[in-house]
Design a protein around this ligand. Structure first.
Ligand code: PGA
Length: 259
């Protein structure tokens, strides 16, 4: 797979349902001085929605990006509990779409993910599109089929320009929050064979080479180098470790990525 194009590494922090707005602000004040200096890496913090206003004020002008963890595809209306793309865009440049917890715990289908990706891009947000197989799918040898299906659905109907702006996170569900990360070469194989190849077939090789693909699932300061050394992996989507100053160390590791 051609990777002549230099892709800027990206380390996104997915805080999930952790930290109140006050706790989020305290933590960001603590790590921001160090995080600011690591400008060679695209840094994105995705706190709970309630912390977006406070963090948007704190991160303004810092070079550190802010993302939401979810959004609805409709512009407005009777959708209790949901946020629209415009509401996210007031505070954020990024939004995580189709995280496996949204898919597995809240019934998000491939079709819903596709609508969200389209609405996010139409609003000028950068979607961080999550794909990945469950343990049983992995054990049944269905990893590539599942990831290809999720990729084909999520990127359906996008223009080449839109697709090139998206970020993909490959997160094997069995590796999330389990302390059992994937092996770098295995993740790289899925990224090359089922993520970049779908982008090349659906759009063109330029899109496939331009899109950043992150690995997610039990990333730590200790194992991040293994993923960054893989040619098709451009960073991480970090859950548990991003709630601690470990996140700074994980971002720092990405500075050393050369490809
Ligand atoms: P984890 O979560 O790093 O805690 O495994 C990753 C994720 O779900 O994005």
């Amino acid at each position: 797979m051609a990777t002549e194009m230099k892709r800027i590494p990206c380390m996104a922090a997915n805080w999930k349902m952790n930290k109140t707005s006050a706790e989020a602000a305290d933590f960001v004040r603590q790590i921001l001085p160090q995080l600011k200096e690591l400008a060679g890496v695209e840094r994105v913090i995705c706190p709970p929605a309630a912390a977006l206003p406070a963090l948007s004020a704190l991160l303004a002008g810092s070079g550190v990006g802010l993302g939401a963890q979810n959004m609805h595809w409709e512009a407005k209306g009777a959708f209790t509990g949901e946020l629209s793309a415009a509401m996210v865009k007031e505070f954020c440049a990024y939004v995580i779409i189709g995280h496996s917890e949204r898919r597995g715990l809240f019934g998000e289908t491939d079709e819903m993910v596709a609508k969200k990706v389209k609405a996010a891009l139409a609003a000028g947000l950068i979607p961080i599109v999550c794909v990945g197989e469950t343990l049983s799918e992995n054990e049944a040898g269905q990893t590539d089929a599942v990831v290809r299906r999720q990729m084909n659905a999520a990127f359906d109907g996008l223009t080449v320009e839109q697709a090139a702006k998206a970020i993909v996170a490959y997160e094997p569900v069995w590796a999330i929050g389990t302390g059992r990360a994937a092996h770098g070469p295995d993740a790289n194989r899925v990224v090359a064979g089922s993520i970049r190849s779908v982008l090349a077939a659906k759009f063109n090789p330029g899109v496939s080479a331009a899109v950043r693909v992150l690995y997610g699932g039990s990333v730590t300061p200790e194992n991040i180098a293994e993923f960054l050394s893989e040619p098709e992996i451009d960073g991480g989507l970090v859950g548990g470790a991003s709630l601690k100053p470990d996140y700074v160390e994980i971002v720092r590791a990405a500075l050393k990525r050369v490809h």
